[in-house]
Design a protein around this ligand. Structure first.
Ligand SMILES: C[C@](O)(C(=O)O)[C@H](CC(=O)O)C(=O)O
Ligand SMILES: [Mg+2]
Length: 297
């Protein structure tokens, strides 16, 4: 309510500016508006809305079961809670090129700063699993062109993700990336590269901004910000990190109550009431009604 005072157009502009600064734009995944607020408070440059985290949070695997209204609705709430630009994972775009066009316009209206579209066929899966299947480069290029043409704000960032490294090899992945740029993509997300050397080879081969996926327990190494900057990457996402951290803490906390009969042992793992209220800017709501924040902690 009192948080995001920056318009979607300004967020898109500021993301464009950040990308010109030759520094890595760090974008952790915020699986709820509250997490997005913590990402901003901690000093990051953007918020990522992960398809994997979003579907997991809905109790489902990341196999393309979520729909455009569900993703756009969640992404709108997350984007609206922060003044940072938010980038959303649209999986395979929710259908054919014409559906992708509608997806882009829906997300622009939802206040997002950009999105990434991937070249898997349905049912899609996490990019770090085996046996992924892809659509042809031509079909993906048609989707990208539809997405690029559908934009009403030229600053909405269109990122093409290729999942081809595993199935077709690095050279084919580079070839697909070039075709996707020709079709109108502005940034490339090479998914599931195997090691630091592959990240560097991709960088040398592609004349466009690149996104590195620093997801845990996957096929790629967890490269540091300094390493990614040195190689020349432009953006890094940490898509499921916050969800994994939260879920482990919740698991420990629930077990403590079950085992010990109370939560004393895990109080130190919790955000305190005061910290939560500060993050929510509870006190500022007093501007509307002085009876709202009339207690001391
Ligand atoms: C980036 C990603 O698409 C996501 O949905 O967050 C996933 C992350 C993951 O499953 O760890 C991916 O396919 O890499
Ligand atoms: Mg995903």
């Amino acid at each position: 309510m009192l948080t995001a005072k920056v318009s979607p157009a300004e967020k898109r502009q500021s993301l464009r500016k950040l990308l010109q600064e030759n520094r890595l734009v760090r974008v952790p995944g915020g699986f709820s508006p509250l997490v997005a607020m913590l990402i901003e408070q901690t000093g990051f440059e953007g918020v990522y809305v992960s398809g994997g985290a979003l579907s997991a949070n809905m109790g489902m695997p990341d196999i393309g079961l979520t729909t455009l209204p569900e993703v756009a609705g969640q992404a709108a709430m997350i984007a609206g809670a922060t003044s940072l630009p938010a980038i959303v994972d649209i999986d395979t775009g929710f259908g054919e090129p014409i559906n992708v066009a509608r997806t882009i316009q829906t997300l622009e209206q939802a206040g997002l700063a950009g999105c990434h579209l991937e070249d898997q066929s349905m049912p899609k899966r996490c990019g770090h699993l085996d046996k992924k299947q892809l659509v042809s480069p031509q079909e993906m290029a048609r989707k990208i062109k539809a997405a690029a043409d559908a934009k009403t704000d030229p600053n909405f960032l269109l990122i093409a993700r290729t999942d081809s490294r595993a199935a077709e090899g690095l050279d084919a992945a580079i070839d697909r990336a070039k075709r996707y740029l020709d079709a109108g993509a502005e940034m490339i997300f090479p998914e599931a590269l195997a090691d630091e050397a592959e990240f560097a080879v991709f960088r040398k081969a592609i004349d466009a901004p690149l996104l590195a996926n620093m997801t845990e327990f996957g096929k790629s190494p967890l490269l540091s910000v300094a390493t990614l900057e040195a190689i020349g990457y432009d953006m890094a996402i940490y898509p499921v990190t916050a969800l994994r951290l939260a879920m482990k803490a919740i698991e420990r906390g629930l077990k403590a109550i079950a085992d010990n009969g109370d939560q004393q042992e895990v109080l130190c793992d919790m955000q305190t009431r005061q910290e939560l209220y500060e993050l929510l800017r509870y006190e500022e709501y007093n501007r509307f009604d002085e009876q709202i924040f009339n207690f001391t902690l």
